[in-house]
Design a protein around this ligand. Structure first.
Ligand code: SAM
Length: 213
């Protein structure tokens, strides 16, 4: 893979986050017939910017254990780590986790962990206080696996925080989870990215137990 990269600077709260991003995305698109070969990981999606901004603005994550699913280049997890969380980032693409690691270190975050793991055969057994995901709900065939991870890897009292750009399948999964008894709070975050305006839904889900964080 002939990957070309550049470093961009993203304003986040009172600081700027440096992020190594892919600058030749079109050249990576080799086999669109194979969904697993589409390099979704290599793009910085507006939802990750929205989640990073929302976490920075609204949450104190000091000391909390956070799992990021489908981290791609890792911006949301970096924002959580800058808010004091102990972050583990996962994705099923090795190169994504390599770049997310570089991005964490570019921002002085040596402790952020990256693990390659596929939702369809998720190996991680650890529990987390927060599970994050930005733009990870787009493929309905993957919803049962995500639901299983939410059930297994979220500590009692924990929260799932998902940013989604209003995708039909995103709304569908959120509806299914609320039918299964998850409690939902919905917020919105406006972002401008590449000179375009986006309104991103921020879904916070809890199991409705006592002693929530
Ligand atoms: C639309 S991208 C979002 C990337 C990043 N969260 C963002 O918002 O910029 C979806 C991400 O989910 C990852 N992903 C897709 N299917 C996956 C699976 N089965 N297991 C783990 N990660 C997966 C992709 O590699 C990609 O990084």
């Amino acid at each position: 893979m002939n990957l070309k990269t550049k470093i961009i600077s993203i304003p986040l709260g009172s600081r700027h986050v440096k992020l190594k991003v892919v600058s030749n995305l079109d050249e990576l698109l080799v086999d669109v017939a194979d969904a697993d070969a589409i390099p979704f990981w290599a793009e910085l999606w507006p939802a990750s910017l929205a989640l990073a901004r929302w976490l920075t603005r609204t949450r104190n994550l000091q000391g909390l254990k956070v799992l990021e699913l489908g981290a791609g280049l890792g911006l949301a997890g970096i924002a959580a780590a800058l808010q004091g969380a102990r972050v583990t980032q996962t994705d099923y693409v090795d190169k994504a986790m390599e770049m997310a690691g570089e991005n964490a270190r570019l921002n002085g975050l040596e402790e952020v962990i990256q693990i390659v793991d596929d939702w369809r055969e998720f190996q991680m057994e650890e529990e987390f206080e927060i599970i994050l995901g930005s733009d990870i709900l787009y493929e309905p065939n993957l919803h049962p696996y995500l639901t299983e991870i939410f059930n297994r890897n979220l500590r009692p009292g924990g929260q799932i925080i998902l940013a989604d750009p209003g995708r039909l399948y995103g709304r569908q999964l959120i509806g299914e989870l609320t039918n299964l008894g998850w409690r939902l709070e919905t917020g919105e975050e406006k972002v401008v990215y590449d000179n375009k305006n986006y309104l991103i839904d921020i879904y916070t889900l809890t199991r409705g137990e006592k002693n929530e964080i």
